[in-house]
Design a protein around this ligand. Structure first.
Ligand code: NDP
Length: 294
């Protein structure tokens, strides 16, 4: 069994992104990512500050806007409009979930598609589905890169994605069965209504677990030598202590799988790295600068 080292692959991508930042800076463009937070959720606050730190590390300018969680929804929509109009901001990320009185779909529609580095605007979702993505969503793109780094040839492979969310399951399936690089897999999408999940996962060469259910993929559900990508991030109590586990029973599955991503240190760092990738890509596109994307 091989551990797929997401931290190492992400570090390579970040280094390539830093080179792109240099190219952009030489061309007079200072790439900038704006993060917007309208939530009191401590986890969201942590995610946003991690993204800001990531920007700093590769030389992307980080701009952060906090919108009071009690403010009217219009304040968030106005903030997005202002960032859309700001030529010095190339990427905009509104941290999800936003507070309940905000219309999430309106938020996704409001971000300028050219600055939508999450890839969640309906236009960008449509382009992905049509096989002509502008920005690949960060987690699915990161998964594709991990498979590539592990030497997995997806062409003609059986892939099973567990989860059909708009941010992970659906776009991951689209990339895996799509005609692009890292695609051409025969792809099945499973969800909570799937009957006999194990029957599907057992025939898979590649299993992507993105259900948000701690350690639900067990050794008996995985075929010998399969590649297992664990997207899940679940906080559980173990021996009286709070700890992070994925959607895969790592200890059980690692003996059966050919390659597996650990949690943490697998998909998580890739999601963060691909956001930086999308940001320099956005800046390059907006200013017509050629960059050598990693
Ligand atoms: P969602 O809750 O939006 O979606 C979960 C999906 O899993 C749904 O489609 C649901 O089915 C399906 N599901 C739930 N239970 C089962 C089950 N028992 N059997 C089969 N399918 C099931 O979650 P997300 O897609 O947003 O995230 C999934 C996990 O990935 C979470 O743990 C999240 O924290 C993590 N995550 C990690 C990231 C990273 O960078 N590592 C990034 C984003 C998410 P149905 O549609 O029928 O409800």
């Amino acid at each position: 069994m091989t551990d797929i080292d997401g931290s190492a692959v992400a570090a390579e991508i970040r280094s390539g992104v830093a080179n792109c930042v240099e190219t952009l800076t030489e061309a007079g463009v200072e790439p900038a990512l704006a993060t917007v937070l309208m939530s009191d959720d401590p986890a969201s606050e942590t995610y946003v500050s991690m993204k800001q730190n990531d920007c700093e590390e590769v030389g992307i300018e980080g701009v952060h806007v906090d919108v009071d969680s009690e403010a009217p929804a219009a304040e968030l929509y106005d903030t997005i409009d202002e960032l859309n109009a700001d030529d010095g901001v190339h990427g905009i990320l509104v941290q999800m979930p936003v507070v309940d009185h905000v219309d999430t779909r309106r938020v996704l529609r409001s971000v300028d598609p050219a600055k939508d580095v999450d890839g969640f605007h309906p236009e960008n979702v449509g382009r992905l589905v049509a096989g002509n993505p502008r920005f690949k969503p960060c987690t699915p793109h990161g998964i594709q890169r991990l498979l590539d780094a592990a030497g997995v040839d997806t062409e003609g492979a059986e892939a099973v994605v567990v989860g059909r969310s708009d941010i992970v399951g659906k776009p991951t399936a689209n990339l895996l069965f799509g005609r692009g690089e890292g695609g051409h897999a025969t792809t099945t999408v499973c969800h909570s209504r799937t009957e006999d999940l194990a029957e599907h996962t057992r025939r898979a060469d590649v299993v992507v677990a993105a259900a948000g259910v701690p350690e639900m993929i067990t050794a008996d559900m995985v075929s010998e030598g399969a590649t297992v990508i664990d997207v899940g991030i679940n906080r559980v109590e173990r021996d009286g202590e709070s700890t992070l586990v994925g959607d895969v029973d790592y200890e059980g599955v690692r003996d059966t799988a050919g390659a597996i991503t650990p949690v943490p240190g697998g998909v998580g760092p890739m999601t963060r790295a691909m956001l930086l990738y999308n940001t320099v890509n956005a800046a390059a596109e907006q200013h017509g600068v050629d960059v050598d994307l990693p």
